[in-house]
Design a binder for this molecule. Sequence first.
Ligand code: FAD
Length: 358
Amino acid sequence: MDTHSVDVVVIGAGQAGLSAAYHLHRTGFAPGTGFVVLDADDGPGGAWRHRWPTLTVDRVHGFHDLPAMPFPDAAPDRSAAEVVTGYFAAYEHEFALPVRRPVRVEAVHSLPDGRLEVRTDGGIWVARALINATGTWSRPFWPHYPGRSEFRGRQLHTADYRGPDEFAGRRVVVVGAGTSAVQLLGEISAVAAGTTWVSRRPPDFREIEFTSEHGRAAVALVEARVREGRPPSSVVGVTGLPVTAEVRRLREQGVLDRLPMFDRITPDGVAWDDGRFVPADTILWCTGFRAALDHLAPLKLRGPGGGIVMDGTRVVADDRIHLIGYGPSASTIGANRAGRAAVREIRALRARDTVLHR
Ligand code: FAD
């Protein structure tokens, strides 16, 4: 297998990875020899590439520009996946970013000489520093409930959702209290024979106008969690669910009459210990995602709290490693800033003649 040597490997070419790549290039790291971006996907777009086609531009929380190239004007009814994929492709081209794909990173090990060995399905890269920007999309979270394997109908996760058509005439149970659950209930309830909404915690609807202050407060909360080494919660999870015109309409239609989480799954539906039963053909798990960090397991970065102790984007236990798009930076604006911050720290490391010159 080929082995390549670089200063910095960036893993992932989503918003976070591209932002980091831009700042590496701008501050003098040479594309290809100074840094490389390894991405597992077949084409540009990061996770947006995989989002369902009915997620249109007007239904996302908002995009933030990548550095030095404004997000294009796009008609509100265009698919976000299509628009973002086009934007990222143009961005990679404009700044000649060295993105290698499809290249899946399988494991990262520490070498005795202080460098990091990045093993992939397309060769080995040896680097002095690592910026990990692998997002969460490839790690959908499926909670365990008794009877899950006995269910005769179909079970799928938000990550598998391709639009409402395949739910026509079905009895669908939607699990989860986040934005995706509400949005998908809105789409599916228009065509399904019936929908039932269940969640472990009651949904946190908020009748307030969201301001950047709310956003900042939410980011600060998630930041505090990862500084203590606890697993991050999503920023969107902390901000709550805005009560939009669509939410009001769905409430009036009874679509958002949520039930507490069921206790078990039966072959034909879901059941509660108090005797309630809801028949179902489909269970849609809108139960979120976890950080895709399995390839970092050999580095043993996780602490007893289950999370990785962080200072900004830097892993406290290993200053060669930055996690971006992780925890407080898991949004397009956060990912953008984290890319810049990680590169600033890696340059400072280099200037201090430590890791990058070991
Ligand atoms: P991603 O976009 O997930 O990119 C990660 C990249 O890493 C992918 O290209 C993947 O192929 C690659 N990768 C993963 N593992 C490996 C590996 N082992 N080897 C090589 N490559 C790998 N944020 C907003 O700001 N506004 C919104 O409206 C919004 N809506 C959202 C809707 C949903 C349903 C979800 C799940 C999230 C949403 N977010 C939103 C969050 C936002 O999409 C991300 O936090 C943000 O885009 C940052 O992405 P990223 O670069 O960290 O990761």
